[in-house]
Ligand binder design. Structure first.
Ligand SMILES: Cc1cc2nc3c(=O)[nH]c(=O)nc-3n(C[C@H](O)[C@H](O)[C@H](O)COP(=O)(O)OP(=O)(O)OC[C@H]3O[C@@H](n4cnc5c(N)ncnc54)[C@H](O)[C@@H]3O)c2cc1C
Length: 407
């Protein structure tokens, strides 16, 4: 048995009692916070690092795959589309125009392949996917979070959640100020790893996976095979990885070893690219190691492969699949809720799906869509004392549609 040391009980300062606490400011968390803030809720958004966007920004996963069904129809819009519009207005996004979506034209396919937007089994097809600049994504986020009146608290880890009478009573944050408590009416887990779900004792699945470490090189005009153009001329994105072993992304020792191994391998690849591209340099390496999967809620419904193209009455978001055409998943509200904790909603990477469907729902557009849905639903749950399972889902669906989301 591991040695133990007894930590004495102590009183902790309560630093807020917001309507909605969103934990994690990745693509799902920022969408959740903005959606709830715009609906008039008092929202606090907590993030462990000093930046926002999670994998989408500091993981250098700068590709929105995808907003369509692979056949020319858009299936994700809402806040994700608003981000694309704002990034585009700043000159910091590249994507095929509407008339190209679903095209099999080899020249168009080849053009967008160089931007990292063509994936999946043949036949290759142009999708509505978007390459974007991560710093611009952060700035758009800061603007929208501020405009929505969200209280952003960075540099604070969610360390624990205490449950009483089937609901989260207190969320404990850890920072350089020590331990502090937030007592929200409702909590949205947007940590990617389901940290709140697990701390609150809700059922979760966990997997280990081989990690990636994407990086960017400067001084390369034409992207070599396997690298992608970016919005900055002369800079390419290198989707480096994966490591040839699995990693438990919730184990700091395993993660540390993986960071070092990935870094060592990436250095070799950087040297190779510099040799074949005279004058090239390493621009930056992802500050977040590339973890595609860790923990997922086992919620009121687990979305399965066989649910492809099935319509659900309680769908609060939809998504296509980045490697498959002609399949669209409706995401039921029940993938966000659990019978075990009434005031908890999941979003993004940790919603309740099978591993197969996770491949589709983990993608940034889908993560933003489930985040937006969780944020909207949380405001409806306020009328029910924060009981997420007591909301009128049809009202949430109408609310989301009115705001431009596709449900
Ligand atoms: C190698 C790789 C390639 C991918 N390729 C693509 C692609 O091309 N296109 C695409 O659309 N998607 C892609 N994805 C998937 C996509 O990037 C992620 O699934 C998506 O960004 C997840 O968003 P999220 O908000 O759910 O989680 P995350 O982005 O992981 O955000 C979680 C946030 O919560 C914070 N956090 C975590 N724990 C705590 C805590 N305890 N307290 C406080 N804060 C906390 C984190 O710091 C982070 O900011 C890829 C993923 C990987 C790893």
């Amino acid at each position: 048995m591991t040695d133990v040391w007894h930590e004495p009980a102590r009183d902790l300062p309560v630093i807020g009692r917001p309507d909605v606490l969103v934990v994690g400011a990745g693509s799902a968390g920022i969408a959740a916070a903005i959606a709830a803030g715009r609906r008039g809720a008092d929202v606090m958004l907590v993030e462990r690092y000093g930046f926002v966007g999670g994998l989408a920004t500091f993981g250098l996963i700068n590709l929105l795959l995808t907003l369509d069904d692979g056949c020319g129809a858009q299936v994700v819009a809402g806040l994700c589309q608003e981000f694309v519009d704002r990034l585009d207005a700043r000159g910091d996004a590249r994507f095929p125009s509407l008339d190209e979506w679903g095209s099999l034209d080899p020249a168009a396919v080849e053009h967008w392949r160089r931007w990292g937007l063509i994936w999946g089994a043949p036949p290759d097809v142009v999708r509505y996917s978007v390459a974007f600049d991560p710093e611009s994504f952060c700035d758009v986020t800061f603007d929208l979070v501020r405009d929505a009146g969200v209280r952003l608290r960075m540099h604070s880890w969610c360390a624990h959640a205490y449950v009483r009478d089937n609901r989260i009573d207190a969320v404990v944050l850890e920072s350089k100020k020590g331990r502090e408590v937030v007592q929200p009416t409702i909590v949205i887990d947007a940590t990617g790893d389901g940290d709140v779900i697990v701390a609150a004792g809700a059922p979760a699945d966990a997997v280990s996976i081989p990690p990636w470490l994407w990086f960017r090189m400067g001084g390369i005009d034409e992207p070599p095979p396997g690298t992608f153009r970016t919005t900055a001329p002369g800079r390419v994105l290198v989707p480096f990885g994966p490591l040839d072993r699995r990693v438990d992304a919730t184990d700091p020792d395993d993660l540390t070893a993986a960071e070092l191994e990935c870094r060592d391998r990436a250095r070799i690849e950087v040297a190779r690219l510099r040799e074949s591209n005279h004058g090239a340099w390493l621009d930056d390496v992802a500050k977040l190691i590339g973890i595609t999967e860790s923990r997922r809620l086992v919620g009121d419904y687990v979305l399965e492969k066989s649910d492809g193209d099935r319509r659900f009455d309680d769908a609060i978001a939809r998504t296509g699949h980045w490697t498959k055409r002609e399949v669209v998943y409706d995401i039921p509200y029940r993938c966000l809720t659990t019978s075990t904790v009434s005031n908890l909603l999941a979003s993004g990477r940790c919603i309740s799906t099978s591993r197969y469907v996770h491949q589709a729902t983990k993608e940034i557009p889908a993560a933003m869509a489930t985040g937006e849905a969780a944020g909207a639903a949380a405001t409806h749950a306020l009328d029910a004392g924060g009981n997420a399972r007591a909301v009128d889902v049809e009202r949430v669906r109408r609310d989301l549609s009115a705001a431009g989301a596709i449900v």
